[in-house]
Write a protein that binds this ligand. Structure first.
Ligand code: SF4
Length: 455
């Protein structure tokens, strides 16, 4: 099941694709439902019930405000940061309704819906408190949303084209590449250009790279305290100042490059934690990994690459997108479903594959890089302290980025042959995630959230 580059990489405001962007999209869909049914101007009040992980960690992840933005009809892609939530708010930009988060969003902390750990139940009421319309949605990861009815349906093909090179596993992906004599990035480009023009695709690749790089640049210089009870100071500007100081003094050492990768990942992860504009790669919690590896490639890697910096960037992002497709089809990118394996683990795997491809790696070396990166993230839990996307998330992005570079380098030192296939690792990741106790899947009920309590 091929997932398009346009669906893998969404642009929006942090801190979480499943807990911020998904609920915002769900709210927007509910408003559209009201509009379609001619009910919008009869609505006097909207109530939203949150279930599972959204109920337990939604507050720290900005879920209530995101729902309000969706109800207001704001566009996540063009927002620069989180605006205040007005009361009353304009439902769909047209219908004023009272809205106080404390009264109108109810976290059902003891309940989870059977279909998925991230459930939202929307209900619109008229002036007599009679229910006009209700709908249940699920935020299934990476900002994607399904209604309860859609959860029951077999997965519909996202892209329909007779000319599409469709694959369901890495084995099939590699077979197509061999049959057609193309790289993984070329396969992704072929698929994308069956459904939209090449200039449209190229413009989107440039836009994604630009938003990633802008997040690095903003995060490198922005100081202050991150939102939330932890009162965590931003660390990226300090790392940057120290690196610049050492550079001026000519004090660089052999591992300085790791400090730079850490800095770039911190910068984006802190921007995300502050509600800034980032790219889901594959999620917002893991949004720092791929930009850090991309900047590493642009700054250092492309000198040894057979491609120009621009071509290498295209190859890196298209390859990463195709690898993400495999995880979305055969596992999950939702921390609430499979733990952080599905977020930083998948980001690490995508970035390692993309870097290996941009460095001129064969398809086998690219698969090897993706497989190494995930193999050493297996079992990674999600236990954010205070329900915020800060600890361990920000450091974890840096560790994930460095691990991705290492995985790509390991793969490039071999000839592409490897013992464990990427399909086996993806299956293992999903199975491990399903076996993880619920407390370690974005509920903040155990792990670091319990043993390093700070709120
Ligand atoms: S621990 Fe990982 S999966 Fe959980 S919120 Fe943080 S980045 Fe996301």
């Amino acid at each position: 099941m091929y997932t398009s580059f346009f669906d893998v990489f969404s642009i929006g405001i942090g801190p979480s694709s499943s807990h911020t962007m998904g609920p915002m999209r769900a709210a927007a869909r509910f408003v559209q439902l009201l509009r379609d049914r001619g009910l919008l101007f009869r609505v006097a009040r909207v109530r939203v019930h949150l279930y599972g992980s959204l109920a337990l960690t939604g507050e720290g992840h900005g879920t209530p405000s995101a729902i309000a933005y969706g109800l207001m009809g704001l566009d996540a892609e063009s927002m620069e940061g989180p605006p205040p939530v007005p009361d009353p708010l304009l439902l769909g930009g047209e219908r004023p309704v009272p809205f106080r988060i404390a009264d109108h969003i109810i976290a059902e902390r003891e309940q989870s819906l059977p279909e998925h750990p991230n459930g939202l139940h929307f209900r619109a009421l008229d002036a007599d408190e009679t229910s006009l319309c209700e709908q249940v949605y699920f935020s299934i990861g990476g900002g994607a949303v399904k209604s309860r009815e859609e959860m029951q349906l077999p997965e519909a093909p996202k892209m329909v084209s007779a000319d599409l090179w469709e694959f369901h596993s890495c084995r099939e992906l590699m077979e197509i590449c061999m049959r057609e004599g193309v790289s993984i990035a070329r396969l992704a480009r072929h698929n994308e250009t069956r459904l939209r023009s090449a200039p449209e695709l190229d413009a989107r690749i440039r836009q994604v790279a630009k938003v990633m790089n802008s997040a690095i640049d903003r995060g490198t210089t922005s100081t202050g305290i991150l939102p939330g009870a932890l009162r965590m100071p931003r660390r990226a500007p300090q790392i940057y100042a120290r690196l610049e100081d050492r550079f001026r003094r000519n004090e660089t050492d052999a591992l300085t490059i790791i400090d730079w990768i850490n800095l770039w990942a911190f910068a984006v992860a802190e921007e995300n934690a502050a509600g800034g504009r980032v790219v889901t790669a594959p999620t917002m919690g893991s949004a720092g990994v791929l930009p850090a590896v991309l900047r590493y490639y642009e700054r250092y890697g492309c000198k040894d690459s057979p491609f120009s910096a621009e071509t290498g960037t295209d190859i890196l992002l298209l390859t990463a997108s195709a690898i993400c497709s495999l995880y979305r089809a055969n596992a999950s990118i939702s921390g609430a479903e499979v733990g952080c394996q599905g977020e930083v683990g998948v980001a690490c795997s995508m970035a390692a594959a993309g870097l290996a491809a941009a460095m001129g790696g064969s398809n086998q070396q690219v698969e090897n890089a993706a497989e190494i990166a995930m193999e050493h993230n297996l079992g990674l839990t999600c236990d954010p302290v205070c329900g915020l996307v800060q600890v361990p998330c920000i450091e974890r992005n840096a560790i994930g980025a460095v691990k991705a570079v290492n995985a790509a380098r390991l793969a490039m030192r071999g000839d592409g042959s490897h013992f464990v296939s990427l399909d086996s690792v993806i299956a293992t990741m999903y199975e491990t995630g399903r076996h993880l106790h619920r407390n370690y899947r974005e509920t903040s009920l155990a792990g670091l959230a319990k043993n390093a309590p700070a709120c």
